[in-house]
Design a protein around this ligand. Sequence first.
Ligand code: 13P
Length: 259
Amino acid sequence: MGGAERGILVSGNWKMNENHFEALKLIQELAALLRSGGVPEGREASVHPPFTSIRTVQTAVETDHVPLSLGAQDCHHADRGAFTGEVSAEMLAKLNVVYVIAGHSERRTYCGETDEQVRAKVDAIYRNGMRPIVCVGEHLAERQAGEAVAKVRSQVAAVFSGRSAEQVAAAVVAYEPVWAIGTGESATPEDAETMCAEIRAELVAQAGAQAGSARVQYGGSVGPDSAGELLAQENVDGLLVGGASLDAGKFVAILHAGA
Ligand code: 13P
């Protein structure tokens, strides 16, 4: 099974959903389910609320000792300064955020984020003592043209070249084929396995054998029905879940899938 020695990380990317009232309700539902069902051995879950809900979720998680790691969806590359409307990695670290998503395809598409910008954000995440979840993935046309592996490996190389094996090993990389996000069309477990193995090979090529212990997630239309088979793949060490993470029952079912 994926993550046998590396551990499995199931992450809920709430995207632009859940104001702080709604976030409190969702986190209380998650807390109740995790209190009764627990977190399976060798597994970890993180939640990534929008910025305005992070403090609310932090308080609920810490007060009730809910077994969830706190995450964010993005950050700026600078720690502070004249960047109106931005939120820094330093600010997130102060809220005890552990994982920060960088380079989600929605940000690459709608905000024009480049590999260079994603790399600078990852620098900021490490600088502030947190772990990046770096999203990579090909568009449908690239897959159809047989360019998926080259595209994804180039995205991985752009962010991780020149880093120490220790730094790379602390990272999470999420393989999210763009055509599978929010479409209901998940990659097959075999395709997910192939691409996650390619990502791991690129991490090792960049930083040496120890870098291969980084966790590699799959994301794209994951639900309770598809999660078990995906997590059974050798190189799939977790899942990055969008829509289904807004439903506490579905998210906890995904966390338990196949365990
Ligand atoms: P969906 O699970 O809604 O397809 O979203 C996947 C995703 O983009 C997670 O980051």
